[in-house]
Design a protein around this ligand. Structure first.
Ligand code: GLP
Length: 265
């Protein structure tokens, strides 16, 4: 695993966007795994800007998102389909038919999840999976005790996650956060050929230190990325605050030739 610490959130987001953009330039028909959450909004903005400037082409790209709330249709402003259309898909030249999220309104959720796994298989698997981390340690919506071999399925959200994402839902408008979601499993995520995790902000410092430097445990689903042999984690200084090997990560980034093109981003 590589851990890259950038001075601030903006440079961490820029580096993340550049890694994704380069992967797409190398493989125009990339299968991209995408994440939602506030952390990713600026990454998508940067990718959309590159697309608009003619520097990035999404016409052959396929996408699979990590997760979706149970019960929220695409047109609900709190659904992750809505988020993805708003922040990325409606701003780039992607064929919407190549963009996939689980359908949280499906009558048979188990069948929907099996179908989602099948679609990923048919697409040849995910080349690059973008990840954030929740305050509960989740990747996707894999809450504590999610098996490291779990596949796409319906899950129950923890009080921590309800508290983290609850404020996006406005009770005055009749909005209520679902307490269930569909998510790629930890095992599904680990099947991606490359993982790119972006974590910013002081409030994530404890959980990211547990995920990266703590023991691998299903109590912190994010710790499962330690099992992946092609994984980069990009942090800002605030999120990196509780890491014990910061100096080592910094010198590795400065010295490893594979990061030559990325140091001045
Ligand atoms: C949601 C998503 C996760 C994401 C997390 C972090 O819960 N299911 O995939 O990593 O949010 O969100 P934020 O970036 O808003 O902190």
């Amino acid at each position: 695993m590589d851990v890259i610490i950038r001075p601030d959130a903006a440079s961490a987001e820029a580096l993340t966007a550049e890694i994704i953009a380069n992967a797409l330039r190398v493989k125009p028909n990339l299968t991209l795994g995408l994440a939602t959450g506030a952390t990713m909004e600026k990454v998508y903005q940067r990718l959309a800007d590159m697309n608009k400037a003619g520097a990035l082409d999404f016409s052959l790209c396929k996408t699979f998102n990590l997760d979706e709330y149970v019960g929220l249709p695409a047109e609900d402003r709190n659904s992750y389909r809505y988020y993805m259309n708003y922040h990325l898909f409606d701003r780039i030249n992607i064929d919407k038919r190549n963009t996939h999220l689980e359908d949280g309104t499906a009558a048979d959720l188990e069948a929907e999840c099996a179908h989602y796994e099948q679609l990923m298989d048919e697409a040849g698997g995910v080349d690059l999976q973008l990840l954030g981390i929740g305050l509960s340690g989740h990747i996707g919506f894999n809450e504590p005790l999610s098996s490291f071999s779990s596949r796409t399925r319906a899950v129950n959200l923890t009080p921590t996650t309800m508290a983290q994402n609850g404020p996006y839902f406005d009770p005055a408008k009749g909005e209520k956060m679902p307490n269930r979601a569909l998510t790629m499993g930890v095992g599904t995520i680990l099947d991606a050929r490359k993982l790119v995790m972006l974590v910013t902000g002081e409030r994530k410092a404890d959980i990211i230190a547990a995920a990266l430097e703590g023991p691998m445990t299903s109590m912190v689903s994010g710790s499962a990325i330690q099992l992946h042999d092609d994984c980069v984690v990009i942090l800002d200084e605030a999120a990196a605050a509780k890491l014990t090997l910061k100096d080592y990560y910094r010198s590795a980034f400065e010295n490893d030739p594979k990061w030559d093109a990325y140091r001045n981003i």
